[in-house]
Design a protein around this ligand. Structure first.
Ligand SMILES: Cc1ncc(COP(=O)(O)O)c(C=O)c1O
Ligand SMILES: N[C@@H](CCOP(=O)(O)O)C(=O)O
Length: 452
């Protein structure tokens, strides 16, 4: 399998090369040259455990990695999850399921892909006898998960940009209290969008990225999206047969990587019936799915800070498919968006997607309702997905973070502050962070000095 860029100006890459660079050299995002049809495999995958299923799925994409090696990489990636089910599907009532994606080492859904990506990087460093410098931007969870995916891996250094003061205190501690000397948490004076823009500018400097063997760890890296497809597949296979055809996956959304993974899987012949894009008050995607206009606004800090995002990276991948794979139309649309901050796509909205928006004023009430109705505690991001479940169909709500990551918000809503031992342990450790302006040149200079 080869990988092409959404912008059409990069030669096709192998899986390993696409993973190694992350962002395509032409500024686009990698996608498989063609999507496999998985419909014929589903019956034989019914009884596989999570890691087995992941190997079967990824074998369609990581075609140049020997099967035994892939299997070893995948198995090791899911050994640090607290639940033996890895991604338990919890039934709350006849029409409501929760797919719990927060049992990994950093208690957020990002662990599913970033434990795997850490092991893929390690495999590549060893196979190519090279070091790698990993760069990512985070609104809280990706950074922690990426750092913990790479912790202790020789030949790697990791640089994570995060908006200072706009992630939860415990998320910050997960990134800054590791004590590892190959981890650099850069607190920037700006929003997540500013960090992501600076990151893309740095990746646009071909000389710099090649010289430092820089790899992108955000969901702009296709390996992230492919690894996230697996939990949709796993959940769909665990739903009762009679509801599989109607279940809507309800997904708290920011950078559009999570819900895009589900949608991509559906294009591979897995009959997922629909997706609800659940935003917080930073609602560019909700506005798009209801009006067809994709227009950037001011980021408003919210109670669900990891979704405080306006420009959603993976929207470009969706657009590529919606434009029939026409890279030149995609380039024009992206140029227009960059120049004007808006683009309209008549007739695109809808399809498999519905959407909802949840304001900060609504989040505590939703947490109270879910706690009262089901005795279930949700974090503020997952709360956005519980806003208005469709009563006429089965919903599978993706729970993207452990409630213990946001104890203050939850305590204020339901009077209980959830805890987790791994987070409690962090409170005694010193914070090591570097204050850097939200400026590509300053970040580049920082990396220049510390890259391995
Ligand atoms: C807890 C949590 N929920 C939801 C999201 C949104 O996921 P995505 O960016 O893949 O849309 C994020 C981060 O983006 C997150 O950290
Ligand atoms: N919410 C994310 C933002 C980055 O998203 P990614 O999936 O593209 O890495 C975070 O927690 O950092």
């Amino acid at each position: 399998m080869r990988y092409i860029s959404t912008r059409g100006q990069t030669a096709p890459h192998s899986f390993s090369d696409a993973v190694a660079v992350g962002l395509a050299p032409d500024g686009g995002l990698f996608l498989p040259e063609h999507l496999p049809d998985l419909s014929g495999y589903l019956a034989s995958w019914e009884r596989l455990d999570y890691a087995e299923l992941c190997v079967e799925f990824l074998a369609h994409f990581a075609t140049e990695i020997p099967r035994a090696t892939l299997s070893d990489i995948v198995r090791r990636s899911y050994t640090r999850f607290e639940s033996t089910a890895i991604a338990p599907l919890v039934q709350l009532d006849a029409r409501t399921y929760v797919l719990e994606l927060f049992h990994g080492p950093t208690l957020a859904f990002k662990d599913f892909a970033l434990q795997l990506l850490g092991n893929l990087y390690e495999h590549q460093c060893r196979a190519r006898q090279e070091t790698i410098n990993v760069l990512g931007a985070t609104s809280g969870d990706t950074g922690a998960a990426a750092i913990h995916g790479l912790l202790g891996k020789p030949g790697t250094a990791i640089f994570i940009l995060y908006p200072d003061g706009r992630v939860s205190p415990l998320q910050e501690r997960q990134m800054t209290c590791t004590g590892a000397d190959n981890v650099f948490a850069l607190a920037i004076d700006g929003t997540f969008d500013a960090a992501q823009t600076a990151l893309k500018e740095i990746f646009g400097d071909q000389d710099f990225r090649t010289r430092h063997r820089l790899s992108a760890v955000n969901s702009i890296n296709l390996a992230r999206v492919l690894a996230q497809c697996v939990y949709y597949l796993h959940a769909w296979l665990r739903l009762p047969q009679e509801v599989r055809g109607e279940a809507e996956f309800v997904v708290p959304t920011g950078n559009f990587g999570n819900v895009f993974a589900g949608w991509l899987l559906a294009r591979m012949g897995v009959p997922l019936a629909g997706f609800k894009v659940a935003t917080n008050q930073n609602d560019i995607l909700h506005r798009f799915f209801t009006t067809g206009e994709y227009r950037v606004g001011e980021v408003q800090p919210s109670l669900a800070p990891s979704m405080d995002i306006q420009v959603a990276s993976n929207f470009e991948r969706l657009l590529y498919y919606q434009l029939g794979g026409d890279a030149s139309r995609l380039r024009s649309a992206m140029q227009q968006f960059k120049a004007t901050g808006a683009c309209t796509f008549e007739g695109f909205a809808g399809g498999a997607f519905t959407s909802c928006r949840t304001s900060d004023a609504e989040i505590p009430g939703i947490m109270q309702r879910v706690h009262h109705e089901f005795g279930y505690i949700v974090d503020p991001h997952t709360a956005c997905a519980f806003k208005a479940l469709n009563p006429s169909r089965v919903s599978v709500v993706l729970a993207t973070a452990h409630p213990a990551k946001f104890p203050e918000t939850i305590k204020a809503a339901i009077g209980v502050a959830p805890t987790h031992p791994s987070l409690e342990a962090l409170k005694a450790r010193p914070i090591v962070k570097y204050l850097v302006p939200a400026d590509a040149a300053a970040i580049r200079a920082f990396i220049e000095q510390r890259a391995i």
